[in-house]
Write a protein that binds this ligand. Sequence first.
Ligand SMILES: NC(=O)C1=CN([C@@H]2O[C@H](COP(=O)(O)OP(=O)(O)OC[C@H]3O[C@@H](n4cnc5c(N)ncnc54)[C@H](O)[C@@H]3O)[C@@H](O)[C@H]2O)C=CC1
Ligand SMILES: Nc1nc(O)c(N)c(N[C@@H]2O[C@H](COP(=O)(O)O)[C@@H](O)[C@H]2O)n1
Length: 271
Amino acid sequence: MANMTKPREALVFPPDKSSSIDLYIPPSSTSSQSTPTKPFVTLTYATSLDSSLALSPGVQTALSGPESKAMTHHLRSRHDAILIGCGTAIADDPSLNCRIEGVGGYGGKGLEGQPRPIVLDPRGRWDVNHESKVVKLAAEGRGKAPWVFTLGEVGHERNHILEDVGGQFVRIGGGDVLEWDDILRVLAEKGLKSVMIEGGGHVINSLLSPKTAHLVDTVIITLAPTWLGKGGVAVIPDERRDEQGTKLAVGRLKDVKWVPLGEDVVLCGRM
Ligand SMILES: NC(=O)C1=CN([C@@H]2O[C@H](COP(=O)(O)OP(=O)(O)OC[C@H]3O[C@@H](n4cnc5c(N)ncnc54)[C@H](O)[C@@H]3O)[C@@H](O)[C@H]2O)C=CC1
Ligand SMILES: Nc1nc(O)c(N)c(N[C@@H]2O[C@H](COP(=O)(O)O)[C@@H](O)[C@H]2O)n1
């Protein structure tokens, strides 16, 4: 007979696999903070062999197999926050919760092990509403409510939708764009000690730009054995040049480990 205390969709990530991955993530949600003004930053996403996150902009594309999907949820259980851009929120209507067996809402207590969803939405493009998955899950006690980082005011109605489930709009910065230094400083000020940044393309490419790539502590990338073809949402950061104008690599990972998971391989490394 099935265990009645946990919902059927709970995922399991085996301890023998997690021991390799765990070297690259904060040991627990409370213990690791690289500096007082910045949370520990894990950049993590799934990509195709031709470096695409999705078939086309605005199209959700399943790349991870079941084993690497469980790995991603293990990461979600071990970070205080999970961050995406509004392009991903609009395209995917994501859950942004953790569905690993034993976390809060999936057999565990309260919201233990659930990350705080953060959506970067400088100009209020994401029409968050009562039907948004992340709002519904928060109302059901199966995930934390989102914090949406904006540059300007949003309407009262959207404010209420988030506040009713424990979320909020957070107005940050004084310029035209949300700067990574400001985003990470605000997360640290709010007591979040670790964040996993999932995407999408604009968010990853901007974070990996030469001026901000150093803000990333570790990288955990799922590589799926498929090509998505031209026109996809590609991870391809801006180029870097030295003072003479000679082109350089944007970055190279160190302390690298490749972990096979099902048909995928997971690349772990440090910036
Ligand atoms: N395979 C994977 O692991 C993932 C795939 N995706 C896919 O990526 C696609 C969405 O990617 P994009 O359209 O590129 O949207 P995105 O999710 O990168 O959002 C881009 C928007 O974020 C906002 N933003 C705020 N601050 C920013 C900053 N500092 N840097 C960059 N953007 C900032 C801007 O308004 C920008 O238009 C979807 O198709 C989704 O399915 C998304 C996440 C993970
Ligand atoms: N790890 C991973 N593998 C894939 O194949 C993906 N398409 C994604 N996408 C990211 O996960 C979000 C959707 O998952 P939930 O609904 O939150 O469970 C999506 O919005 C992307 O951030 N990730």
